[in-house]
Each structure stands twice: as C-alpha cells, then as structure tokens.
Design a protein around this ligand. Structure first.
Ligand code: BGC
Length: 337
C-alpha cells in the first residue's frame, strides 16, 4: 500500500415531444430519503444560497462551464457568472446542443432522446426504478425538458450524461489517520493537527484524482452503490473470483462502521448541461484504529487507473467538487487541512 501527499503524480490541475407543453412539474419528493442510519447530515454545505430557498447559481457553475465540453471539441456558449442564473433575462443566449455519440448509441444506462415516440419520463418523481427527483427540490420542466436548477451551462442536450434531469451518484470517502513506521499518528507541523488520509483513485476518463464514486443504478440503495463502487474501483473486485475475495470480511467490517453523510445535492460537474446534471451523496466511513484499512489491498479497477492513499490537505486538487467534500471530512474529524 502506498502513501503519498497531495502532490499527486500526473494530476491534471486542473422535437416533437409528445409529452406535454410548457409546464412545471410539482410531484412531491420523497423516494430519496436518507437511510435511517445516517447520524449526521451536514445540510449547511450547499452550492446554493445559505438562505436555502433559491439556488445561488452564480456561485455554483465553474466546472460546469468547462469548454470545450469534456471528450469533445464542442465549445460551450460563453456564460459569464452574472448570466448563469435563469432569473437573469438573456434573450441572446443560444446554447449549443450536444449529446455524446456514446449516449446516443442507447446504452442501457441512458435515457432515449426526448423525441422518441412513447418515451415520456416522469420528471420530479421516482419513474419506475429511475430516480428523477432532485435533492434540490422541484426543478422546472419546460417543453417537456428538465432545466438545470443551478442555471445555465452553455450546452443543451445530455452531453456525456445518460439521464435527462438529475443523474445520481454516490461517493464513499474512506479515511484513516496517517501513521509513521512505528504506528504513531502523524501531525502536521504547522497546524499541529493529526493528518487524515483518504482513498483516492485516478479516473481513466480525465486523468484527475477523485473519490472512488459512481452512479447509482436504477433501484439500487445508495449504501449498496457506495460499497460496490469502492470495491470495483479501489479493490478491483470485478476482476476477482469469488474464491479470491478474502477481503470481503474486511469490506463488510469497513462498511459496518457508522457512516457520516458529508454532502447530498447538486454537483458542479464538467459534464453538466442545461438539461442534465450530476447530484451526489458523499459518505464518510472512518477507520479510527487503522486496523481495518491497513489490511485492505488497494488495487485499481473498472473506471480507475490508479488507487492510493492521499494525505488530506488544502492543496488537494480533485475532480468536480470532491475537494469540498474532503474538506468537510477534515473539519468533522478535526484533522489538519
Ligand atoms: C463520479 C462521482 C462524482 C459525480 C459528480 C460521478 O461520475 O463517479 O465521484 O461525485 O460524478 O461529479
């Protein structure tokens, strides 16, 4: 198992729509309730205004304005910060339409084009097994097309995202205290506070370091997603036979630790569009003793090219909003940042 600081190697610093006319869906929320075991929900952490009433979109979109759009040459319509909010009139706004060929190829994880006859997704609702509710409340649906609750992005369509509206992910933040060769906890010389470490993966799609998260499958409990994604990306479970999986007991013990819900909501993600966006639940599982995690053999798999322990510190530059989640975890454990 390797251990390293925040100076990560290779780190990239950074139609006819037959389902109705203009309307605002107002189905009630509810299916994404927190599992009862979440002892703590840091709801003050928001990309939205502290009043909690309306999305503070101006502050939200930075990565969601990344141009060209990831994996393409498509240039977003430039959106200055003061024009992100839908509440600002902008008749000249002409976003580019883009849905990636991989999404248009109709993979099982993606919706159909909205123009497809008979395809009428129920937005702001649990639509069969597909969760189309947003953690941010009721989002607008105009001309049968959902509208990004955090504002303009300069692109319409779905880009690389499969779902119209919210695309739900889950991020397991696995932490332990950094220890020296004698097993003594290491403190940061400046802050005097103990140094926390978390499991980071290097994403194959963009080369950026990230929490080993992933998409919640239709009908899947988020607790199952958290565990599955960690096993697939940080333990390479997909490539292991059942018989080889002697780490399963340790994984079981790890995910039986009391979890801490760090964040739940909209994510400023470079893949977001005006009609499709990422939301996530970031959950911390902390091994205070280090005994559990020291024995887990990290091995990158699935969407991860590399996996390693990373020291938590303010210089961490991570994918999407992941650094913000890590900061919250450091605060929660009163660790060095
Ligand atoms: C990633 C998550 C991330 C989410 C939003 C997902 O594709 O797997 O780690 O939080 O996107 O950026």
């Amino acid at each position: 198992m390797r251990s390293m600081t925040c100076q990560l190697p290779g780190l990239l610093l950074r139609a006819t729509r037959g389902c109705g006319r203009i309307r605002v869906d107002s189905a009630s929320r509810g299916a994404n309730r927190e599992p009862p075991f979440y002892r703590h929900s840091i709801l003050s952490f928001r990309f939205f205004s502290s009043s909690g009433s309306s999305p503070s979109a101006m502050a939200a979109h930075v990565k969601a304005l990344t141009s060209p759009y990831p994996g393409s040459q498509v240039k977003r319509w430039p959106v200055p910060p003061e024009k992100v909010s839908w509440s600002v009139e902008w008749p000249e706004y002409q976003p580019v339409e883009y849905t990636a060929p991989s999404v248009l190829a109709k993979p099982p994880w993606a919706d159909l084009p909205l123009s497809t006859s008979g395809f009428c997704p129920r937005f702001n609702a649990l639509d069969g097994k597909v969760q189309r509710e947003s953690f941010e409340g009721t989002y607008q649906v105009e001309d049968s097309t959902p509208r990004n609750p955090a504002g303009r992005t300069g692109v319409t369509g779905r880009g690389l995202l499969g779902r119209w509206g919210p695309n739900h992910a889950a991020d397991p933040i696995i932490t332990r205290w950094k220890r020296d060769a004698d097993g003594k906890a290491v403190s940061d010389p400046d802050s005097g506070k103990p140094v926390l470490q978390f499991v980071a993966i290097q994403r194959k799609d963009c080369g950026q370091w990230a929490i080993p998260g992933g998409m919640v499958d239709p009908g899947e409990l988020v607790t199952a997603t958290l565990r599955r994604e960690f096993c697939e990306e940080a333990l390479n479970s997909l490539e292991k036979d059942k018989g080889e999986k002697d780490t399963e007991k340790k994984v079981q013990d790890l995910f039986s630790q009391e979890p801490l819900l760090v964040y739940k909501g909209y994510v400023d993600d470079p893949r977001n569009t005006d009609n499709s966006w990422m939301e996530t639940q970031a959950v911390n599982y902390h091994d205070g003793t280090g005994r559990l995690l020291d024995l887990l053999p990290l091995e990158a798999g699935d969407d991860a090219g590399k996996v390693t322990w990373v020291d938590v510190c303010s210089k961490c530059s991570l994918y999407a909003s992941h650094a913000s989640f890590i900061k919250l975890v450091a605060e929660k454990h009163d660790a060095s940042w």
